[in-house]
Write a protein that binds this ligand. Sequence first.
Ligand code: MN
Length: 246
Amino acid sequence: MDLPVYFISDAHLAIQSSEEEHQKQQRLFQFFHHVAHTGGTLFILGDLFDFYFEYPHVIPKMYFQIYHELFHLKSKGVALHFMVGNHDYWFQDFISDRLFDKTYTDNTIAEVNGKKFYLTHGDGILSWDRGYQLLKMIIRNPVFIWLYRWVHPTIGYSIANWISKKGQHYEHSDEYNERVLSELEAFTKPYIANGFDYVITGHYHQATEKMINGGKLLILGDWIQYFSYGYFNGNDLSLKFWETDE
Ligand SMILES: [Mn+2]
C-alpha cells in the first residue's frame, strides 16, 4: 500500500437527501480532496453507505456524487480499498471492479512498511451481542441475498429506508463506550501478542486510540459526529479529526 494510508469508516451516506446529509458529504469530499493532494491509499473500513444493494445491471443512483468523488481520487492515483460493513455488504462488480482497487468481504491483515495491521469492520465482536451474530449470518446468507435481489428495487429500498429510519442512533453514553472499549481491548490483545502492531476497527461510532502492550487499538469513530480518520505515515498510526479549514 502506498503511503500515507488513510483509514475511515461509518459515513453512512443516506438514501434520502437532506441539508444535513449534504453538509456531511461536502465535509467528506473536502477530506477526499486533501487525500487526492497528498496521494497514498484510502482504506474505507465499512458502512460507507447506510444501505447499498447492487443488482447485476443496476446501481443505486442516490450515491452518484460519491461515485464521482471516488473515481476522481482513483484517477489521481490514490489506491482505494473497501472493506464492506454490515450496511453495504451487498455489492457486485461495480464496487469491486470499477470503483475500488480492492474490496474485502471479511477481516484482513496487511503489512505496510514493516508494520503489521489487523483490519476489521468490527461488527459481531461484542460477546453480549448474540442476536446480532445471528442477524449477521442471515444478511450474509447467499440464499437470502439471492431472494432479496428478486424483490423490485423500489420495494427493496423502501424496506431499507424504513429500517434505517426506525433504528440507528449513533450517539452512545460514556458508560456504553467504556464497555465496548474494554471488549475491543480484550479482542486486540492476542493480535498484539502475536506480532501485530495495530488493530483498526470501525462500526462502534466512538473515536478512540489506545496503546496496548506496545501495540495500538484504533477505533475509527465516524463521519457523522466525529469526522475522524486514522493516519499512517509509514512509522506511526494516529487518530485525527478533520477540520473544515484544513
Ligand atoms: Mn457497522
